[in-house]
Design a protein around this ligand. Sequence first.
Ligand code: HEC
Ligand code: HEC
Length: 210
Amino acid sequence: MSLASRIATVFALSAVVAGSLGVARADGGNAARGKDLSYTCLGCHAIENYKNVYPTYSVPKLRGQHAEYLVAALQGYRAGDRSHATMHAHAASLSDQDILDIAAFLGGESLKASGKAPPADAPQAVQVCVACHGSDGVGVLPEYPNLAGQHEDYIERALEEYKKGARKNPIMAGFASTLSAEDIKALAEYYSDEPGLKTVPRRASRFSAR
Ligand code: HEC
Ligand code: HEC
């Protein structure tokens, strides 16, 4: 087998694996039920510019996020793979169906890629990120989080956490380890400036979740 066809086979296999892992993960979420279950979540996630304390950084925006990614994040907190004491406490008692329903409600309609090329003055380091997060910060697969419009300080925090291994994800750990402090600042500024994610509306109706 030629190298090219071996590479093609690996890609085809990983697509099959990704496809089978992705089956129905975010399908079947009931946004109306998710709204009831999200009541306590809105106390932080529906307040503009709400901050985590010790250390201080913005609570992430969820509206417009891919439901599949929200499901993965909540499963990560529930399992303790992703450490954050408050989020672990909130996720610990949720069933798989609760998580699907909550993700459908909080995420609402996911952002759509604009398909635009990065502007000429985009930070050099963004070339590495676009394959998964797009040049406009819209994840090209539903398991790649949208970054467009996310709080700048939260993006910085996430990249620093991957870099030091405090937030465990083999893909992101690899990419973050190559970034300098300046790269992290520039990338966080770039993606947070793109139009996109929003704070969940305070009086979120399940209808605006569509
Ligand atoms: C006390 C405030 C607070 C409450 C209440 C809260 N969260 Fe969070 N949430 C946070 C903070 C802070 C983070 C970022 C944690 C980190 O750094 O990983 C976060 C992260 C998340 C993320 C990951 C987002 C991303 O971009 O990776 C999801 C999803 C989420 N919360 C959903 C929920 C849900 C669902 C509930 C209710 C069951 C909830 N949160 C309740 C503060 C809160
Ligand atoms: C091969 C695909 C891929 C590439 C390339 C990639 N990422 Fe990611 N990124 C992911 C995945 C998958 C996650 C979710 C990981 C997790 O669950 O913690 C993620 C998560 C993130 C998060 C956390 C988002 C949140 O809401 O918490 C940030 C920030 C991020 N990536 C920034 C970047 C930047 C900046 C680059 C370029 C230097 C980059 N990524 C390159 C796949 C990728």
